[in-house]
Design a protein around this ligand. Structure first.
Ligand code: ADP
Ligand code: ASP
Ligand code: MG
Length: 448
């Protein structure tokens, strides 16, 4: 049975400065069902922290980066006076941050510790902003409940352990308090800090909602919902009022940055409604994502994911042979490479791999290519973008003429359709992909 509680998540731009935090606090003040508040690091902070973890930063650069992070906090603190409990925790966190930043090189675990400071600091400040509005708010360290494995940089949650810890430690506090906690971070079985991957605060909010059996998750960001494509790319992109879990999951997986790719998993698993709206303009409405409500068939959005690799494996031995694909996938799996799309012909296989900055897999290693080259001819193409048309019951015939006309203008490298009724995707050269998306949006979505 789900409770009546709502988990509200505020992204980086929503907690970028004091006025932004104040707007978010008003949203919470206006909705008494919000009991868990998940905050991101203030905009720009995680990028600085990432640079701090990179070994190329020298002593002087490290000091500059530390100062840049502190300046962002200080600009907010200039408008606030922290209560003693918050001030003490905040100061202590700054001390830990500076001492870690003084080290010239960090282990993978220390890198995650470093990345955690953005959310840890912003959550102190945001708690005070809520208290100043008269709310009974406390800061809560999410690492005591959000349990993960120890794949630093891209940890996977332990759903059962998280639910158990949240029921014990978090739920009893919710009756009369609003708890402000951190997105993006968690801890492993030894209590070491981990992170869920860039943009992971959306995922944290959905995981916490599942763990406390919340009724809904509200993702407050800088756009008034999920659009037919990235509104930064197409001025005529329009917000979508309702999406099914499947459609939203596909949009997130195929590159709509507005949601971390894994956000919808816990929500759909546990039947928790997800709302996406703008913290700048909460009255403007947004997108509701819920269990499938007989959505009309057709294309609803177009997304893109850059930095894809296309691997083509060719071998005459494949003709009428068995075990060829199994051999390829065994090698890829041994190298921990997860495959995105696959198409095959009689003597060749084409496979796409996600090489985006935060892809969960390592880059394609030479050792893997060498093993594959022992029994087939291997070609690797980089700098490709995966463009995806997302919708429900997509059937080529409905859009055949238009789509083929649009696509014929571009050099399409691979098309995949059929495995899911919710997408049709293809690869194009990265240098053209913005134009491809704009063109598809104009021809297939603006006339609809
Ligand atoms: P936050 O910091 O709140 O998590 P993000 O920057 O991660 O916000 O995500 C919001 C951004 O996602 C928007 O500013 C927009 O440019 C981008 N975006 C990409 N695709 C879409 C889409 N289909 N609908 C809405 N926003 C999108
Ligand atoms: N602060 C983290 C990031 O910038 C997580 C998030 O904002 O969702 O990636
Ligand atoms: Mg985000």
């Amino acid at each position: 049975m789900n409770s009546q509680y709502t988990v509200a998540k505020f992204g980086g731009t929503s907690v970028a400065d004091y006025p932004a935090m104040h707007r978010c606090a008003q949203i919470i003040n206006d909705d008494s069902q919000v009991r868990v508040v998940v905050v991101s690091a203030s905009a720009g902070v995680t990028n600085h922290l990432v640079t701090l973890t990179q070994q190329k930063a020298d002593e002087a650069q490290r000091q500059q980066l530390v100062q840049a992070v502190i300046d962002i906090q200080n600009a907010i603190l200039a408008q606030l006076s922290l209560d003693a409990d918050l001030a003490q925790g905040f100061e202590q966190t700054l001390v830990e941050f500076k001492s870690l930043a003084a080290l010239p090189a960090l282990s993978a675990q220390q890198c995650d510790e470093m990345l955690s400071f953005g959310e840890r600091l912003s959550s102190y400040l945001f708690t005070q902003v809520l208290r100043n509005l008269g709310l009974n708010a406390d800061r809560f360290d999410v690492r005591t409940v959000l349990k993960t494995d120890n794949r630093f940089g891209k940890a996977s949650p332990d759903i059962e352990a998280t639910a158990k810890a949240a029921q014990q430690r978090l739920v009893p506090l919710l009756d009369d308090k609003v708890l402000v906690t951190q997105g993006f971070i968690g801890s492993d079985v030894y209590g070491q800090t981990t992170t869920l991957g860039r943009g992971g605060s959306d995922y944290s909010a959905a995981l916490l909602a599942e763990a406390i059996h919340a009724k809904s998750v509200h993702i407050w960001t800088d756009v008034v919902g999920i659009f037919s494509t990235d509104p930064r790319l197409c001025v005529k992109a329009s917000p979508i009022a309702r999406l099914s879990f499947d459609e939203a999951a596909e949009m997130a997986t195929f590159g709509a940055k507005v949601l971390h790719p894994a956000t919808i998993l816990p929500a759909s698993r546990s039947g928790i409604a997800v709302f996406v709206g703008s913290s700048r303009d909460p009255q403007a409405g947004g997108t509701w994502i819920e269990r499938e409500k007989s959505t009309a068939p057709g294309i609803r959005a177009v997304t893109q994911r850059k930095n894809q690799i296309l691997l083509t494996l060719k071998s005459p031995e494949m003709l009428l042979a068995s075990g060829f694909l199994a051999r390829i996938f065994t090698i890829l799996s041994a190298h921990n490479i997860s495959v995105d799309l696959v198409t095959t012909s009689e003597i060749s296989v084409a496979i796409t791999l996600d090489n985006a900055q935060n892809a969960s897999r390592p880059e394609l290693e030479q050792a893997c290519l060498d093993e594959l080259s022992e029994f087939c001819h291997v070609t690797v193409e980089n700098n490709l973008t995966l463009v995806a048309l997302i919708g429900s019951e997509i059937q080529l015939k409905q859009h055949e003429m238009n789509l083929m006309k649009v696509l014929s203008e571009f050099n399409i490298r691979l098309i995949c359709h059929g495995a899911s009724k919710h997408n049709l995707c293809f690869l194009v050269e990265q240098s053209h992909s913005d134009h491809v998306v704009q063109s598809i949006h104009e021809k297939l979505l603006e006339s609809a």
